[in-house]
Design a binder for this molecule. Structure first.
Ligand code: IMP
Ligand code: MG
Length: 356
């Protein structure tokens, strides 16, 4: 009845006898010899060979490593597009025989990336496609990216090793679900330098006493005074935290007062962040009663949008939107102060720390 040894080739090739080229699907292009090699101009390597792919809202990643890469890019605020274009690698006329769609395109770098795992078979295959792509479209920048290469890439954006590989930074991204870096180490350093230069200029003939409110500001203050080229003095104050219930139990009070006498002196109150302004207002009132010659405020971060008490701030490092931030002295339940950069927490994690 039936042939016990059916021939293996596909039905198309069994039609037999036909001389016309057989339709082939786009792909690796096996069975080259089956198609007569008639010369037809190919769209491969021409502008027509670059095909924009539709972007329909949400991205569906083909591989978890792609999702992770996208998360890291978001965290570092690097814009990206997922598989935005296909490049025709082989075609007969307009008939596409092989294409390649790199995983990511980063507009700011004008660079495509193909992510890869460590499986050698896949790497070899991808390398072949990349070689073809580079030959056909020499003006396109494309790179094969291993996981370790992420770091090298992000270093281009000024993120140092601490941001990228320090376990506490990793914990911030994964466990704590922090959203993105707001200021890298390099950005903080330049902000602090700018503030220091301004203070140096403004206080040339009247070296100030710079006062910090513990504890968060100690990081900023330490860096700031090293950018102030004047014989400055420093002092610290500490105020009581609200009760752990998070309510408004008990009035704020000073638990550590100044050691220095500020009467008749020029004073700069240094803050890490001004949020509602309530803390600052209370402290300014306290300092004014000691009759300094002048009193100004210098804050690294200003969340102006959340201000309740009007306070005048002369020196502002960075103005923030209404978002909760950690790092560079700022904490979330006492953690993450030691991060050398500033990162934001997701809104669902916005829980002002009552013990701060
Ligand atoms: P204010 O009295 O509302 O201006 O509170 C300022 C204090 O709240 C700061 O000194 C911080 O201790 C804390 N704080 C406000 N916003 C943040 C934040 O985004 N991250 C960490 N601490 C914050
Ligand atoms: Mg892909």
């Amino acid at each position: 009845m039936h042939d016990p040894h059916p021939p293996a080739p596909s039905p198309a090739s069994r039609r037999g006898g036909e001389t016309a080229p057989l339709p082939r699907s786009a792909g690796e292009g096996q069975g080259e010899g089956a198609v007569p090699d008639t010369f037809e101009p190919s769209i491969a390597g021409t502008p027509a060979g670059i095909i924009d792919r539709p972007t329909n809202g949400s991205v569906v990643f083909a591989h978890p490593s792609e999702r992770e890469f996208a998360r890291i890019l978001d965290f570092y605020r690097v814009p990206w597009r997922y598989e935005p274009r296909s490049f025709v690698l082989k075609a007969r006329g307009e008939r596409i025989l092989e294409m390649f769609s790199p995983d990511f395109y980063l507009p700011e770098l004008d660079q495509y990336f193909e992510l890869t795992t460590l499986r050698q078979r896949l790497v070899t295959k991808k390398n072949r496609k990349l070689r073809l792509l580079r030959e056909l479209y020499p003006y396109i920048n494309v790179r094969l990216l291993y996981r370790k290469d992420y770091q090298e890439l992000l270093a281009k954006y000024g993120f140092g090793p601490a941001e990228l590989t320090w376990p506490e930074a990793e914990a911030l991204r994964t466990e704590a679900g922090a959203e993105r870096i707001l200021c890298s180490q390099a950005e903080l350093a330049s902000t602090v330098r700018r503030l220091g230069e301004t203070l140096t200029r403004d206080y040339t003939d009247r070296p100030p006493i710079m006062i910090g409110l513990l504890k968060g500001v100690s990081f900023f203050l330490a860096d700031l005074i090293r950018q102030v080229d004047l014989p400055v003095e420093i002092d610290f104050m500490a105020i009581s935290a609200l009760g752990n219930g998070g309510g408004s139990g008990g009035a704020v009070r000073i638990v550590k007062d100044l050691d220095l006498d500020i009467y008749g002196r020029h004073v700069v109150l240094v803050e890490d962040i001004v949020d509602t302004g309530m803390t600052l207002r209370y402290i300014l009132g306290h300092l004014e009663r000691r009759q300094p010659a002048s009193l100004e405020v210098c804050t690294l971060l200003d969340k102006r949008a959340r201000r309740l008490a009007p306070v005048e701030i002369r020196y502002v490092g960075v103005e923030l939107a209404d978002e909760f931030v950690v790092g560079y002295g700022l904490d979330y339940h006492q953690r993450f102060r030691n991060l050398p950069f500033l990162a934001t927490f997701g809104p669902e994690r916005y829980r002002p720390d009552p013990t701060a």
